[in-house]
Design a protein around this ligand. Structure first.
Ligand SMILES: [Zn+2]
Length: 309
């Protein structure tokens, strides 16, 4: 029997799946539990919706933030409320099943490695662009966690340091190369050029990241230029990531990351210009993620089966 429940808790949503023999059998999505006290209740409710009538071997949880994999504890996250929640112990008591708990970028990367854009890679780095920049590494088939908290790529320092990050520091990479940076650039552009094409298309002085992405996908030249700028900023940081890890594949996912070649092309060009020893080695493959928004939950279920059986 090879059936597991996976739950992904992000900044704005809870998404759960039932995985049967590596296939997505069912899913459930809701707006996120709004404080730490109800995180466990939210997971249990999602479990009950998907598990009813099925024999479940394990449950996996991916949470956006710092997770101690060894103890299954959610320590802290800038976009998720609650601190030091003993997710694994509380869930195994409540549900009587083996539980694995990890950072959501780790579970997402593990799913892409096993079933998506990372298949066959020996040294894969995954980066998710959305509200921030998350990341994870799968080396030789295993997630690399450091002491537990590795892969906080978004908080690597960007050189200029103009903008304060959600983490309280100044100049983190994600302040220049994720959704909020795109929205900031769009507000500035619309203020400078209120009769420009983007202002007309989005009809909003402060458009959201998804609205800007949609305008770019529909061909608006100003929106494409903004995505390109964010992609180039992203590529500058990615050059450092490539120098440090020398991966054979970089998988780009997340809400903003999923826009495709409009973003990936400037990322490749900028990373290629900025990287170390470019004339002596190939740029790694930089590809879009394949599994969509269910990846974090799917990977949590895969990890639960692998780590707890
Ligand atoms: Zn930061």
């Amino acid at each position: 029997m090879n059936s597991a429940i996976g739950v992904d808790i992000g900044g704005t949503k809870l998404l759960a799946v039932r995985l049967e023999d590596g296939n997505l059998a069912d899913e459930f999505k809701t707006s996120k539990p709004d404080d730490g006290a109800v995180m466990i209740e939210g997971i249990v409710a999602a479990f009950n919706k998907l598990a009813q009538g099925h024999e479940i071997a394990a449950i996996g949880v991916g949470v956006a933030g710092l997770v101690d994999f060894e103890t299954g504890t959610f320590a802290w996250g800038p976009h998720v409320d609650g601190v030091n929640i003993r997710v694994r112990d509380e869930l195994s008591t409540e549900l009587g099943l083996p539980v694995a708990v990890d950072n959501d970028a780790n579970t997402t990367a593990f799913a892409e490695y096993r079933l998506g854009a990372g298949q066959g890679s020996e040294a894969m780095v995954m980066l998710t662009l959305g509200t921030g920049i998350g990341g994870a590494m799968v080396f030789g088939g295993s997630l690399y966690r450091g002491r537990g908290f590795a892969g906080e790529f978004g908080h690597a320092r960007f050189a200029r340091g103009e903008h304060v990050c959600d983490c309280g520091q100044r100049g983190c990479w994600e302040t220049e190369a994720a959704g909020p940076a795109l929205e900031r650039l769009a507000r500035q552009l619309i203020s400078d050029d209120p009769r420009g094409s983007l202002a007309t298309v989005v009809d909003d002085v402060a458009p959201s990241g998804p609205a800007i992405s949609a305008a770019a996908s529909a061909g608006d030249p100003q929106a494409i230029a903004l995505i390109s700028q964010v992609g180039r900023n992203f590529g500058q940081g990615l050059a450092s990531v490539i120098s440090i890890f020398d991966p054979d594949r970089v998988v780009i996912g997340g809400g903003l990351g999923s826009i495709g070649e409009i973003l990936l092309d400037p990322i490749r060009a900028s990373a290629n210009e900025a990287r170390y020893a470019a004339e002596h080695k190939e740029l790694p493959d930089i590809v879009g993620a394949q599994l969509g928004e269910q990846a974090g939950a799917v990977g949590a279920a895969l990890l639960a089966l692998e780590e707890t059986q």
